[in-house]
Design a protein around this ligand. Structure first.
Ligand code: GLU
Length: 511
């Protein structure tokens, strides 16, 4: 690259950050870091009617959680600030004026009522060259009228004057050459009556002033590209325009249509990065973080939604992604979201994460489940025993609660059909054996030696050890699940084991 790569993520802070939004951040970030460049977070908050308190902080928190830290932002500062568009109002006005002076934009004085009326008269009305002469603007009115209206402070907007016949062309880094006939584009508002720019003007001005070299954004912005290209041409020159890539959509699991928040609710999985509480409706939407995803897994599966490194490698750390990322390898077509696959990534990352780190991450889940952990090393040991069985951090609770307290229900129905007198005798003897060891001051024994003495006792009772393991497991954990039975006994120790066996024996005999 000739100049330093500078990319930006430019969200409008209007709510929770959707998977697709985080993937846009990720691809921008990976590209920048791959090329030793800079990643900028710019808050596009010029649409005051869509302002949502807390949404900007939510975006910053999400980027922090993902480890995608901007080099420049409202929080990190930087040489090209302010990074919140609502604080750059005067700048946009200047550029809107330049466009007016050059004849590429015009004042429009139509009131909302005028526009409403026109929409009623003309089906599919577009404020464009076909109708602009019928409206109240500085092209249709005389110079004097316009001066008068401006002098009186008449509310007005500034619109781009889209040329009559022109084709705009650009090369998208994913799609290749893209062509648009601008005659289909309307005269978009650039500066609103409140003096705030619209997205179209602000995005072009800021990408220029912030020296953005590459801009990757969702494919839903492709239809806006012609207006942006015209503005680049009129204001700064096309040679200065960043290279664009429009990222394909993340699709519903069924394969067609954009994955929406509603799909997540329908199918029971998150779509937002983190929990989002809408301050207006007070409704909370669950996020991947709170559902129990590790950020490493989250960004790993997001990167693989529509990209691969050309091999069948699937597990990538952030550093590995940075090293291998190539925007030109992003597929053109949409990528189907597969929640089961996302959980598989999470399981792989849980396996790879240090048990002490997992212990910290599990705190909110333990608290929510009211599980009391008395000793940190014990928790770390339990994590080691069950982590391979967890797809989500939340699964840890179901997989391990019996390590912290006796199960509240015992599935005796799964024991009774095969229960017989000699099994009863065996378990009585096992309880006696452990009681003797406890009396000798033994609290617990290593799993291997517990297994050896169990087998010996089974053989003495002429029962196959295998026939005793399932009832023992159910007595200890409540059901047919959990890690190795002797690992459990080693952890919960002999006296607790005996208490659980005796309790189950009472349930079985109905006493
Ligand atoms: N503000 C736009 C958004 O909300 C940014 C689109 C772009 O990156 O140009 O996504």
């Amino acid at each position: 690259m000739d100049s330093k790569v500078r990319v930006r993520f430019a969200p409008s802070p209007t709510g929770g950050l959707h998977l697709g939004g985080v993937r846009t951040v990720l691809f921008n970030y990976l590209f920048a870091k791959h090329h030793g460049g800079e990643f900028i977070l710019r808050i596009e908050d010029t649409d005051q009617s869509r302002f949502v308190p807390g949404a900007e902080q939510y975006i910053i928190d999400t980027l922090n959680w993902c480890g995608l830290i901007p080099d420049e932002s409202t929080v990190h500062g930087g040489a090209y600030g302010p990074y919140r568009q609502s604080e750059r109002k005067a700048t946009y006005t200047q550029y809107a004026q330049i466009l007016i002076e050059k004849g590429f934009a015009y004042y429009a004085f139509d009131t909302p009522e005028d526009l409403e009326e026109k929409r009623k008269q003309v089906p599919n009305f577009q404020y464009s060259r076909a109708h602009r002469m019928e409206m109240k603007n500085s092209i249709s009115l005389s110079e004097n009228e316009v001066t008068e209206l401006l002098k009186k402070g008449t509310p007005h907007v500034i619109r781009i004057k889209v040329p009559d016949e022109e084709e705009v062309v650009f090369t998208d880094m994913i799609r290749g050459e893209v062509r648009f006939e601008v005659s289909t584009v309307d005269d978009k508002v650039l500066l609103k009556a409140d003096g705030m720019p619209t997205y179209h003007l602000a995005v072009v001005v800021d990408d220029y002033l912030m020296k953005i070299t590459h801009a990757f954004r969702g494919e839903e912005w492709l239809p806006s590209a012609p207006v942006h290209i015209l503005l680049w041409k009129y204001l700064f020159g096309l040679d200065k325009m960043p290279k664009w890539a429009h990222l394909p959509l993340i699709l519903k699991p069924e394969g067609s249509g954009k994955l929406s928040k509603r799909d997540g609710e329908r199918l029971g999985f998150p779509v937002f990065a983190m929990d989002w509480s809408d301050p207006n409706t007070k409704e909370t939407t669950i996020g991947f973080k709170e559902k129990g995803f590790l950020p490493e897994a989250f960004i790993n599966f997001l990167a693989l939604l529509g990209w691969n490194d050309g091999t069948d490698k699937e597990i990538f750390s952030l550093d590995e992604l940075i090293a291998s990322f190539d925007i030109e390898r992003v597929h053109k077509g949409g990528a189907k979201f597969d929640y089961e696959k996302a959980k598989w990534f999470n399981q792989e990352w849980i396996k790879r994460t240090d048990n002490k780190v997992l212990a910290t991450l599990l705190q909110p889940f333990l608290e929510a489940a009211k599980i009391e952990v008395h000793e940190a090393p014990y928790l770390v040991k339990v994590i080691g025993l069950v982590k391979d069985r967890c797809h989500l951090l939340a699964d840890f609770i179901a997989q391990s609660h019996f390590f912290f307290a006796a199960p509240t229900t015992i599935d005796t129905a799964a024991i009774l059909p095969k229960w017989e007198e000699k099994k009863q005798r065996f378990f009585d003897a096992l309880v006696k054996l452990y009681a003797k060891q406890i009396a000798e001051g033994v609290k617990t024994l290593p799993a291997a030696s517990l297994e050896a003495s169990f087998k010996e006792l089974a053989i003495a009772h002429e029962i196959k050890p295998g026939d005793l393991l399932l009832p023992l497991r159910i007595m200890l954990v409540g059901g047919k699940f959990g890690p190795g039975v002797f690992d459990i006994i080693e952890s919960i120790e002999l006296s607790d084991t005996n208490a659980r066996i005796e309790h189950s024996l009472r349930l079985i005999s109905g006493k």
